[in-house]
Design a protein around this ligand. Structure first.
Ligand code: ADP
Ligand code: MG
Length: 701
């Protein structure tokens, strides 16, 4: 039985008339008491603590001030217009600025009243200011609440017009919380409650809105975050379990002839321990009778290709075919060459299939594929386009997964009645917490070790004004026989401005590095595949020393002699992109360098990105910073952000709770897979309720 109290329409609440009810629905999706109760405060303000203006320092993320306005004036014209106010307390003065809502704000502040100001101080021209602070008049109500932690709620402009700002919402919460009184039953199974020492649900709902003490609030937050993540994990684990029931996997019992031949006679270097471990995991999966759906994470240069090949040899040994799908033609070519080279002395037939494969060749490939003569097919997404039929594909490797959506993954399966085992390889270090949340339908293997002898890439940040110096460095390195990438940003392939940057860059590089001494290649996404290929080959063979390119070279390209990566306008790149780009160098025996060029004007986020790159080369650390800066929705693309509709938990900050929740959910399901035991029924009911809200689930897996 769903909880009737929580289902009560919100207009029944005191203080909510039809008008406000409509607003709550439209603006916030709040229809019921339950919805309103899960409109959680995003912060609490301790009204007892104020900072003195003179004590503002860089280590205070937020400050709360109490004082008066002395001057309010509008500065600048049109788009540069802003409202500037001087705010003083007994210790000093600070500027408050607004760029929006100027008219509305300007008339609000009265010189004779006292105000509380809350915001994030920043240094501008060596002076502190606060942009768009929260301002509120010191009133009786505030003073009365002086000892309380005051919740701050999200709101919208339209809601604020009807007095549903943070205070207005707080005023609604009070009578609502008073109604709770015994109406909220527990939904987390008792064993989990006591193991995790959780606050009960009703008390947590009360405390989150009207905290009685900081410790109680903390327990309430923990409980509600745990609850949210626990039910998320229950759901995801069920999806995964169902997957294993619905899709049986081919069983590859033997590790046979080809695998052993390769391992004993053709392995070009000893495997790293991490490679060995991962191959073992894959072998186990493919021998188990379950359908393998595995994510292989390994930082750039960690040797994923070799793992892919050896996994494919297992499929071949068991009488099946295998495929690799790459996100770009360049990469498909490169895989084709690498793999062909690895198996050149073996009886393994490898084919390449991309969008630019000629018709005659296509037909030949089709025939070879269908009669089973071709063992390994390497290609782009052209592989999943209609017409490509395998005789019996047993394993599909998807390289650089972040370019392949979930949808494309599932289209692969329709090729067969029984889906091939899937190995998704990615160098984009998906933060562990995010992987656990989003890809829990995948098992995860990690290559956490680079092949021996790699020298870490030295990373430097240089301002544009030092370009000549950087050019000098490039010259010295070319004299030593090295090659250089110079990469320009290309945010959207169609932006002509970006191409202008690239063309200008190409010209200035060509001028600084003139023929005949230097030869410069250029590569971008709008070139024909053949031309791209031609340029890439010249560079690979060492015929050109400098490769001017857009991010088309971001993923996977392997030219060990290229040891310098110059990234132009590095402030315009995201962290994971920078990390990928840096991964293009450091592949040979020589010391490699990555130089991040930027202008002097840097936002604080951009600064943090560049600093992070200079500080660390650990892909996971970089991914975590990235996640913090961008938020999870952005990282995985809008397609998947919907399922992370978390109301209180934050997977970047609550990784620990997520782990607890996952473990608890996992052992619960082991004990009672369908949640049929009496003590688990409330959890099951709640799960069903949640599912009604979230049609989006079906998109995973
Ligand atoms: P990525 O994981 O980025 O795809 P690659 O598979 O391209 O990495 O491998 C990077 C380089 O390391 C290649 O030149 C490859 O031949 C080499 N390599 C792979 N495994 C080993 C190993 N065990 N020992 C030495 N070099 C290796
Ligand atoms: Mg690779």
């Amino acid at each position: 039985m769903p909880n009737a109290f929580l289902q009560t329409p919100v207009e029944y609440l005191k203080g909510v008339g039809p008008l406000r009810a409509e607003l709550l629905k439209k603006e916030m999706g709040i229809f019921t008491y339950g919805d309103l109760l899960t409109l959680y405060p995003f912060r609490y303000v301790d009204r007892t603590k104020f900072h003195a203006i003179k004590d503002i320092s860089p280590d205070l993320p937020y400050v709360q001030l109490r004082g008066r306005f002395v001057r309010v004036k509008t500065i600048g014209e049109k788009r540069a217009k802003r409202l500037s106010a001087s705010f003083v307390d007994s210790s000093g003065e600070i500027e408050l600025v607004w760029f929006q809502g100027i008219k509305w704000i300007a008339d609000k502040f009265k010189g004779d009243k006292e105000y509380i100001v809350f915001g994030k101080p920043q240094l501008y021209n060596n002076k502190w200011n606060i942009a768009h602070p929260e301002v509120e008049e010191v009133s009786e109500e505030n003073t009365r609440l002086a000892n309380a932690l005051q919740p701050v709620y999200p709101s919208t402009d339209k809601m604020k017009e009807k007095a549903l700002d943070t205070k207005g919402i707080a005023r609604l919460m009070k009578p609502l919380v008073a109604l709770l009184d015994g109406k909220i039953e527990e939904i987390i199974p008792p064993a989990v409650m006591s193991q995790m020492k959780l606050m009960d649900r009703e008390e947590a709902m009360r405390q989150i809105h009207l905290p009685s003490a900081p410790e109680r609030l903390q327990k309430a937050e923990f409980r509600l975050k745990f609850e949210e993540l626990f039910f998320l994990q229950l759901k995801l684990l069920k999806v995964k379990a169902q997957h294993h029931v619905e899709y049986k996997g081919y069983v590859f019992p033997t590790v046979g002839e080809k695998f052993n031949e390769f391992y004993k006679e053709h392995l070009p270097f000893p495997l790293t321990n991490a490679q060995k471990r991962v191959i073992k995991e894959i072998r186990h999966d493919m021998g188990s009778g379950k359908h393998m759906n595995r994510l292989l994470q390994g930082d750039v240069g960690s040797g994923k290709t070799l793992v892919a090949l050896m996994s494919m040899l297992i499929a071949i040994d068991n009488g099946f075919q295998a495929g690799i799908m790459a996100p770009t033609e360049i990469l498909a070519h490169q895989h084709y060459e690498t793999i062909s080279e690895f198996v050149k002395n073996m009886d393994v037939k490898v084919g390449l299939f991309t969008g630019s494969t000629k018709n005659a060749q296509r037909r030949e490939l089709h025939t070879l594929l269908e009669n089973g003569e071709l063992d390994i097919l390497i290609g782009t997404h052209a592989l999943i386009e209609d017409g490509v039929k395998f005789k019996n594909i047993g394993l599909m490797v998807i390289d650089e997964q972040h370019r392949f959506g979930v949808e494309q993954r599932s289209r692969l399966w329709q090729k067969n009645i029984q889906p091939p085992h899937i190995l998704v390889m990615t160098a984009t270090p998906i933060p562990r917490t995010l992987a656990m949340t989003l890809y829990s339908d995948l098992d995860v293997s990690v290559i956490d070790e680079l092949p021996p002898g790699r020298k870490p890439v030295k990373t430097l940040h240089r301002y544009d004004s030092h370009r000549l110096e950087v050019f000098g460095f490039i010259r010295d390195q070319i004299k030593l026989g090295r090659q250089v990438y110079v990469v320009y940003p290309l945010i959207k392939e169609s932006e002509t401005m970006d191409y202008k940057d690239l063309q200008d860059g190409y010209e200035s590089i060509s001028r600084a590095f003139p023929l005949p001494e230097y030869k410069v290649s250029i590569l971008h996404g709008q070139m024909k595949a053949e031309d791209k290929d031609f340029e890439m080959r010249r560079f690979v063979k060492g015929e050109t020393q400098i490769m001017v390119a857009t991010t088309v070279i971001e993923v996977g390209v392997n030219v060990p002699n290229a040891s310098i990566m110059i990234v132009e306008s590095a402030e315009r790149f995201g962290l994971s992109q920078l990390h990928q780009l840096r991964g293009r160098v450091g592949r040979g025996a020589e010391q490699s360098y990555c130089v991040l060029m930027s202008s002097h004007k840097l936002s604080s986020d951009a600064k943090l990105r560049l600093q992070t790159m200079v500080r660390t080369s650990d892909g996971f650390e970089i991914a975590d910073v990235d996640l913090r800066l961008r938020g999870p929705g952005d990282i995985t693309g809008t397609q998947q952000s919907g399922i992370l509709n978390l109301k209180i938990a934050d997977i970047t900050q609550d990784a620990q709770i997520l782990t607890y929740a996952r473990n608890a959910a996992s052992s619960l399901l082991k004990d009672d897979p369908d949640l049929q035991k009496t003590e688990n029924v409330p959890a099951r009911t709640h799960q069903t309720e949640l599912q009604k809200d979230r049609a989006t689930w079906s998109r995973i897996s």
